[in-house]
Write a protein that binds this ligand. Structure first.
Ligand code: ATP
Length: 574
């Protein structure tokens, strides 16, 4: 309950006004029966505890009713008063000070003379009304004081909470100026100076992503995009709004950290000492810092993603994001929204919170479009536009987001064949194939089989805590002869199996999976026999990849293939 002692000066003024108008002595006690204000002799006795001999006040507090005492000392209510014999007062009115249902105290009026008593009784109704008014004034001031204390305590608490929040927070006053800005907000907006009472403009971009609205926040020269919420503070004399927000880059980083599953590989981690792999590592180093688009081709499991991450790690974008999207793994209807993102309410069935797309997420870094051959043709034109225009628009949004991206695409499909079958856009192919990198199948780089074999044995024996002594010669031979259509991925899985099966630290034929154990030479030959047309086409591709697509490159390729240039052009057209 509010203690009116806290506003004793105001109460004293009311007591004096009452005393001078009524011509009587007035005192005010709080709900604990401590004298808070008083006139005449009472003024000398402020802060006195009057609970022992203030039976009438007690009655007023307990009943909440005004008390009128015509014969102080002789009245029934004075029965227990120790000083009733010596009571000097001739007449008393005690008016409770009420705030809603609570009694904050009592204002008491005491008549020292019979004349005053007579006069007051004659005008009793007016006196009662007057005293009731004064009690109401005191209660109103108590209420205002209580509210203002409560409000400032709330603001203090709010400001402490805001100061310690991870989210950015700005309190905006009724003139649209910054009242309070927390350290997180200053950091996110890149502000180092004191900006209290500076003008702030908050403009919604119209997009809602990740459950919050996107805004441009402008304070002086600083302009930033954030996503967050504006909370209006209605009926507040000082403050208009609180803005809570997150840095859009931080939102991107969080999504990236939550969704990225990439296996970071530098060229040093690419295992293999075959001439092809050595050349591949050189090529990676050469092309890493260019901004041109790369198309990596190679059979499934041959290491296309490994090469893509190695390019990123070798580039000056290594500290930026590498965002991979497997176009074959995402159902077609979802692929577009995964790539471009969307805003709240963009289409039925969409996540109502909105979504940030992979292109936007990869901005300033690298996007890896894996299995690009599985991209539906209508999306191919959209991707082409993103590559050409270097900008993206979230589905359902009008906002254009400029992009600075390194694009790496990969496929195990024959895109030229797909172009002939009208399944892949030729213009997109040329846009992607600026720097072609082909990874030869594992069976064509036998040295790598050995390197990878020992590398994976070492990895899995450590992982399983097993001792490894040796792998027998015949088993190694079988592994070298196996065609590895699943490439490095299949070899890795095979080694994991063998290390599991290995007994006493020795890997032998009995540790091999059945398909490899039964893969005798006949089968090997049967499996590896390929139509001449395919072999020819592979060799031509190899030569063109090696010497380049230019006229000079084609001349060299034809020479290396042992055919005339006209024959090469004819075969290329086929
Ligand atoms: N040269 C290499 N050194 C070490 N590990 C490799 C190498 N090449 C491939 N791997 C490993 O083999 C597995 C398959 O590689 P990756 O995913 O890069 O192949 P991919 O060609 O992208 O396959 P897919 O076409 O199926 O997407 C991965 O676990 C990868 O780490």
């Amino acid at each position: 309950m509010y203690d009116i002692s806290n506003i004793s000066q105001i109460v004293q003024k009311y007591a004096q006004i009452t005393a001078s108008i009524a011509g009587v002595d007035v005192e005010v006690v709080n709900y604990k029966l401590i004298r808070v204000a008083g006139t005449g002799i009472f003024n000398e006795l402020l802060n006195e505890d009057v609970s022992e001999n203030s039976h009438i006040y007690k009655n007023a507090i307990l009943s909440g009713e005004r008390q009128i005492v015509y014969e102080p000392g002789k009245d029934e209510r004075c029965r227990n008063c120790k000083e009733k014999e010596f009571c000097q007062e001739k007449f008393e009115i005690s008016m409770p000070i009420k705030l809603n249902e609570e009694i904050l105290g009592v204002i008491g009026m005491a008549c020292p003379s019979e004349e005053a008593k007579e006069y007051i009784i004659k005008n009793l109704d007016n006196y009662l009304l007057f005293l009731e008014q004064i009690a109401d004034f005191i209660a109103t001031r108590a209420y205002e004081e209580q509210e203002s204390l409560f409000r400032s305590a709330m603001y203090d608490t709010l400001k402490t909470v805001i100061k310690n929040m991870d989210e950015g927070a700005i309190i905006i006053d009724n003139d649209g100026l910054v009242d309070t800005i927390n350290p997180s907000a200053k950091k996110q907006l890149g502000i180092t100076r004191i900006i209290n009472k500076e003008k702030i403009d908050i403009l919604p971009t119209g997009d809602t992503v990740e459950n919050s609205m996107e805004y441009v926040v402008r304070i002086g020269e600083n302009e930033n995009k954030v996503i967050g919420d504006i909370i209006d503070i209605p009926n507040n004399p000082m403050y208009r709004q609180v803005m809570l927000f997150r840095d859009i880059n931080k939102v991107h980083t969080n999504i990236y950290e939550m969704t990225s599953t990439i296996n970071i590989m530098g060229t040093d981690k690419i295992i293999g000492s075959s001439p092809q792999t050595k050349a591949l590592k050189e090529e990676i180093k050469k092309v890493s810092n260019s901004i041109s688009t790369i198309l990596i081709t190679g059979e499934s499991g041959s290491g296309k993603e490994v090469v893509a991450t190695a390019i990123w790690q070798n580039s000056d974008r290594r500290n930026k994001r590498f965002v991979a999207i497997n176009c074959a793994a995402i159902p077609e209807p979802l692929l577009e929204s995964e790539l471009f993102g969307y805003v709240k309410g963009a289409f039925t069935g969409a996540d109502p919170r909105g979504k940030i797309g992979k292109f936007e997420l990869a901005n300033n870094g690298v996007i890896f479009l894996d299995e690009i051959g599985d991209m539906p043709i209508y999306l191919q034109s959209k991707i082409l536009r993103v590559i050409q225009d270097k900008k993206v628009t979230r589905i359902g949004s009008n906002q254009v987001i400029p992009l600075d991206l390194r694009i790496i695409a990969a496929t195990n499909k024959d895109l030229r064949k797909m172009i002939n079958e009208n399944k892949f856009r030729e213009d997109l192919y040329y846009r992607l194939n600026v720097i072609p990198i082909h990874i030869v199948p594992l069976r064509e780089r036998k040295e790598d089989i050995l390197d990878l074999l020992y590398y994976f044995i070492d990895y899995y024996r450590k992982l399983f805590g097993k001792k490894f002594i040796k792998i027998d010669e015949k088993t190694v031979q079988k592994l070298l002869e196996y065609p590895w259509y699943g490439n490095v991925r299949e070899l890795e899985n095979t080694v994991e199996f063998m290390v599991n099966m290995m007994e006493d630290g020795v890997i032998n034929e009995s540790s091999l999976p059945l398909n490899i154990r039964n893969n005798d030479e006949k089968n090997i030959y049967k499996d590896s026999i390929r139509p001449l047309k395919d072999i020819e086409s592979d060799e031509i591709k190899k030569a063109i990849n090696f010497y380049g697509d230019s006229t000079e490159g084609k001349l060299k390729a034809a020479k290396a293939l042992g055919i005339g240039i006209a024959t090469l052009y004819r075969k290329l057209n086929q």
